[in-house]
Design a protein around this ligand. Structure first.
Ligand code: SF4
Length: 364
């Protein structure tokens, strides 16, 4: 019988994170084997369906309109374009397509209707569909669920305390509210964060407290290592040490035994050996494709070679949960309500974000 704890404290999680490395690795690998097939790794393809021009100020993100980066903005992709990319991803072993749009929150209207059509189309390809579209209301979550959405991604990014050092245009409580809205449907939750943003180990533990005390715990937890992009406020942060990544994965595995822990951004900075240790420590999902939204990612062929060398098999779609049924738009019970939810805007000043914004004005 599974005994999932939802009352982890920061002290307990810090104790796990700081264990002697070999002990931590052994414990995490043991928990991993009790709950998962250690030779199976779920593969997701992340697709940027609407790139750049985002009004938020996330300090790590090259898609924020206020920073000067090399990201070229694109309007929302067509359903046909998305379908073609999904078929390509399927042919190279991806079981899931995750569609990301650089929006603050979802607005009812033609663009959201188009995204719903994308969800219907990919679900009919027998692939798991995930979306990451910013904050959503309960009604919007229901509409996505009806279309056949399998997962909704909404990262907590860091601890509640450190979040305020990275983002000023939206609040932590809105992140939690969106996750709660998703939980009112049968869509699974994908939520994780980023390490290497200048946070303390306590913040990493704080993020794992926030995630592991959710009830139910998220079905997927992506662990990203910051990819420092020129022009963003976090451009000068040092690359994450592989040991930190392994410790983070192992700790996430121990406190969230049934969750799929995903190695996400930052894999290009990791050797194959480093990634193998992450898999041993409990990571059992990756993002595939040569780009993660806008930042580089290992080539698909490289990943296939790594899987072969390690004897890993891609997880089949709907292994963990049955495929949702798609309800066509005409039969939908949930219609657009044209809601105008009041998502928060703390708007506190973050010095490095201000500096990057000023710098951007000069360069533009
Ligand atoms: S992380 Fe998302 S919300 Fe934040 S700036 Fe980038 S695209 Fe916008």
């Amino acid at each position: 019988m599974t005994n999932i704890r939802h009352n982890w404290t920061k002290e307990e999680i810090l104790t796990i994170y700081n264990k002697p490395f070999m002990e931590l690795l052994y414990e995490a690998a043991t928990v991993h084997r009790q709950h998962h097939d250690p030779n199976t790794v779920q593969v997701s393809t992340l697709l940027s369906i609407k790139t750049g021009g985002c009004p938020e100020d996330c300090g790590y993100c090259p898609q924020a309109a206020r920073y000067h980066t090399n990201v070229e903005g694109n309007d929302l992709m067509s359903v046909q374009q998305v379908k073609a990319q999904a078929l390509r991803a399927k042919s190279t072993g991806s079981s899931r397509v995750c569609m990301g749009a650089a929006w603050r929150n979802v607005k009812d209207g033609a663009e959201f209707d188009q995204v719903l059509e994308m969800v219907r189309t990919i679900n009919k390809l027998e692939m798991e569909v995930c979306c990451t579209l910013g904050m959503i209301t309960e009604n919007q979550a229901h509409r996505l669920a009806e279309a056949g959405l399998y997962a909704y991604n909404h990262n907590l990014d860091s601890s509640e305390e450190y979040y305020k050092e990275v983002i000023s245009t939206r609040g932590y409580e809105d992140r939690l509210q969106t996750i709660d809205n998703v939980r009112k449907t049968n869509v699974t939750v994908c939520s994780g964060g980023i390490i290497g943003m200048g946070e303390k180990i306590e913040d990493r533990a704080g993020m794992l407290v926030a995630l592991s005390t959710l009830n139910p715990q998220p079905e997927s937890v992506p662990i990203n290592a910051l990819v420092a992009v020129e022009g963003t406020p976090l451009a000068d942060e040092k690359p994450v040490e592989i040991w930190d990544m392994i410790r983070m994965v192992a700790t996430a595995r121990i406190v969230m035994p049934e969750t799929q822990v995903r190695l996400s951004a930052g894999r290009t900075q990791m050797s194959r050996e480093g990634q193998a240790m992450c898999f041993f420590a409990g990571a059992n999902s990756i993002f595939a494709g040569d780009k993660l939204l806008t930042t580089p990612n290992p080539d698909v062929n490289e990943d296939l070679k790594m899987f072969e060398a390690l004897g890993l098999n891609p997880q089949k779609p709907f292994t963990k949960k049955v495929q949702p049924q798609t309800v066509e738009a005409a039969e939908s019970q949930f219609q657009a309500l044209g809601e105008k939810p009041k998502w928060t805007r703390p708007e506190h000043k973050i010095e490095r974000n201000e500096v990057a914004k000023q710098q951007s004005k000069i360069l533009k």
